[in-house]
Design a protein around this ligand. Structure first.
Ligand SMILES: [Zn+2]
Length: 372
């Protein structure tokens, strides 16, 4: 079994635990996190009390589904600071996103959470991409719907493993020629990689097709995507066809086209192995919920609302009910890694706020809430 520090110190080892050790390790780190937030966060304690849940009683991985969840829509509220376990003065970063619908979401992180998340992300990138050196072409959309600060931050950390990089703004007027020119400048000197949301790669591929250009990147080049298609859903290319086109038009091996899944409110970033299966980090647990009965966890393989439990966060409870829909698989992947695989299937209808046992209004109106 591994502690949280041991997982962060050796991300690779944590991904290759035996299935039993994985279950015990993830249960332990999440139980400790829940105890921490229950003790230090009145709002979360009120949720535990309302559900009659004692985090200290969590003993088995099947008990994790009992933990109260914070609906992700709460992070859009102006009074979202009630979600914090740390004090506002301890907040180091405020990450905001306009998200896919409605008001911006604001995720606040203290320095301990930022440090843990950075260490976890670097370990994860190195585990899955084995990148060391080379050049990264970052195609960042300025589109406010996509240019989530969290997404860009995740990419910036990835940048630290490259020898050279270039940022291009890839908005509606995305200049594919400029991107190709940059790739040409690195040719023969460095292994070239492309990092951006999938719809930007889609535009680059369309340009190559229209202009009948033939670009050959390098044998070990990677295309790394994050962020979904969001409002560009009309341009969506199914994953397999997308990888085939990357191979045909950019000569990137399909195994080196890797997608990731995450959201700014969580430190959880699931990254594809070479078999294109998105591995949940060993310090996180995904619980798939019945949309009609949110307290009920669905069995592996069944599709429902995605809940993310993350042990890294000390700024607020990292136990979130998302608006996304998907399913999980548990066991040993063909790549040898254990734990959970997440399959993101799309956006749900949202509006999960009603699923919180004690609303922010009720909490702030109560005696306990007034003490804050
Ligand atoms: Zn795998």
């Amino acid at each position: 079994m591994l502690s949280l520090s041991q997982m962060l110190g050796n991300v690779s080892k944590a991904h290759f635990q035996s299935p039993d050790d994985w279950a015990r390790s993830v249960t332990d780190v999440l139980r400790d996190a829940a105890i921490y937030h229950q003790a230090g966060n009145g709002f979360y304690r009120a949720q535990c009390d309302a559900l009659g849940v004692d985090p200290a009683a969590i003993n088995d991985i099947n008990d994790l589904q009992d933990l109260p969840l914070l609906p992700i829509g709460m992070f859009k509220r102006p009074d979202a600071q009630v979600l914090l376990t740390c004090s506002l003065a301890d907040v180091e970063t405020e990450t905001s996103s306009s998200g896919t619908r409605g008001a911006p979401s604001l995720a606040r992180r203290n320095s301990e959470t930022v440090t843990r998340a950075l260490v976890g992300l670097i370990g994860t990138y190195r585990e899955f991409f084995s990148l060391s050196g080379g050049a990264g072409l970052f195609l960042n959309p300025s589109d406010p719907e996509v240019s989530e600060m969290g997404l860009l931050k995740d990419f910036n950390i990835l940048n630290s493993v490259f020898d050279d990089h270039a940022y291009l703004v890839a908005d509606q007027a995305f200049d594919a020629r400029e991107a190709l020119e940059q790739l040409r400048r690195w040719k023969g000197h460095m292994i070239r990689h492309i990092v951006c949301p999938p719809f930007v790669v889609g535009r680059l591929l369309r340009f190559l097709e229209q202009e009948n250009f033939n670009v050959r990147l390098d044998p070990y080049s990677m295309i790394i995507t994050l962020g979904g298609w969001k409002r560009h859903t009309a341009e969506t290319i199914p994953a397999e066809g997308f990888r085939e086109r990357c191979h045909d038009l950019l000569a990137v091996r399909p195994g080196n086209v890797r997608d990731m899944y995450g959201m700014i409110e969580s430190n959880m970033l699931a990254v594809e192995c070479h078999l294109h299966r998105k591995h949940v980090p060993p310090w996180c647990y995904i619980s798939i919920r019945d949309p009609d009965q949110i307290g009920k966890e669905l069995a592996p393989g069944e599709t429902g609302t995605i809940a993310v439990l993350d042990a890294l966060n000390t700024s607020y409870p990292g136990f979130l009910l998302t608006d996304d829909v998907g399913d999980v698989e548990t066991g040993t992947c063909g790549c040898g890694r254990t734990g959970q695989i997440i399959n993101f299937r799309g956006r749900g209808p949202g509006g999960g706020l009603g699923h919180c046992p004690v609303s922010i209004e009720r909490y702030l109106g109560s005696e306990t809430g007034k003490d804050r």
